[in-house]
Design a protein around this ligand. Structure first.
Ligand SMILES: [Fe+2]
Length: 331
């Protein structure tokens, strides 16, 4: 089912080695019966998602694929040739929704529309209505970060599916594992001290103005960059978004100190340059799955405006049990 597994640290690269046969139709039929419209093909967190997941387990390729992915026990996975490249949008997104529901509980990326499937692609300037354009809506690079860092419950996982790879030299997807962040910080005494400070001192993450009620409405979430581990064998879980912390510290100088500001700069250098990283231009029809608590992600700059990915974030707990907003459109 999965062949030529190749590891780079805690990231696995595999080829899909099976045929979906009639299962696309079965998935589509199940979702058609359950959903009252596909929300412009973006879907939404289904109110009966726990029951719906059980129904989808009857689809053998979906169930087996989810089991194989779980058994790999990695923090990042790149699946080549998923087999969705010729499907129309509604069928492709239906399969992606079904697959992500087997791996977690997909959350709304956009609070306004409730969409689960988010198109990561450049938006024409005239479309943006003068509002702030986020990483996922523009060409260019994205600093290394974790998603939803400024909310109480960042989703545990996300997928990116490549509809259209960039036909230029850029647009590489980058992942850095928590162990590599740790190793890079431990190389110097200053780095080790920065790690200890960012593990023990909560920092203010500022919610970007575009998601808060308005520019004057300052919203802050306070949390350590390196939080307590939740899984055996882990050192910590991560939240990281350099610009959100810089803005948080600017808004709440009482929470900062010269040592903390130095620690944030050291971590920024580690994330952007020093830590060992996975970096690849993902081809069309590739699915990337990443652990949002144990991996930083980002991308290199690109210029091809036809580059098109779909991003879905998944929580380990059903949406009904989640606290606070979910991650929003940001990359
Ligand atoms: Fe992101």
């Amino acid at each position: 089912m999965l062949s030529s597994v190749e590891y780079q640290g805690k990231i696995a690269k595999v080829n899909i080695d099976f045929s979906w046969n009639n299962d696309f139709n079965i998935i589509f039929d199940i979702l058609s019966q359950r959903f009252n419209g596909f929300n412009d093909n973006g879907f939404y967190p289904h109110p009966d998602e726990v029951v719906l997941r059980q129904e989808l387990k009857e689809v053998s390729t979906l169930r087996r694929l989810a089991e194989r992915i779980g058994a790999l026990n990695v923090n990042g996975l790149v699946l080549h040739n998923l087999g969705l490249r010729d499907l129309p949008e509604e069928r492709r997104n239906a399969v992606l929704y079904a697959l992500t529901l087997m791996l977690g509980y997909p959350t709304s990326t956009d609070q306004r529309t409730g969409r689960v499937a988010w198109d990561v692609k450049a938006r024409p300037a005239s479309d943006s209505d003068g509002r702030f354009v986020t990483f996922s809506e523009r060409v260019g690079s994205a600093d290394m970060h974790t998603d939803s860092s400024f909310y109480p419950m960042p989703e545990e996982q996300f997928i990116l599916y490549v509809v259209n790879a960039a036909q230029c030299d850029g647009g590489h997807s980058i992942l850095i594992d928590a162990d590599d962040v740790y190793a890079a910080l431990q190389r110097t005494p200053e780095g080790a001290a920065a790690f200890e400070l960012l593990r023990t001192t909560p920092v203010p993450f500022r919610v970007p103005a575009v998601y808060a009620a308005g520019d004057d409405n300052l919203e802050i979430h306070v949390a350590p960059v390196f939080g307590p581990p939740v899984r055996a064998g882990d050192r910590f879980t991560m939240r990281w978004r350099y610009d959100a912390i810089k803005k948080g510290l600017a808004a709440r100088p009482d929470m900062g100190s010269p040592a903390l500001e130095d620690a944030v700069e050291i971590m920024h250098r580690v994330a952007e340059r020093e830590a060992t990283r996975f970096m690849e231009q993902l081809p069309t029809d590739t699915l990337m799955l990443a652990d949002n608590h144990r991996m930083l992600h980002g991308r290199t700059t690109y210029t091809d405006e036809r580059r098109h990915l779909i991003r879905i974030r998944m929580s380990e707990v059903p949406n009904a049990q989640r606290i606070g907003p979910s991650g929003v459109v940001r990359d």
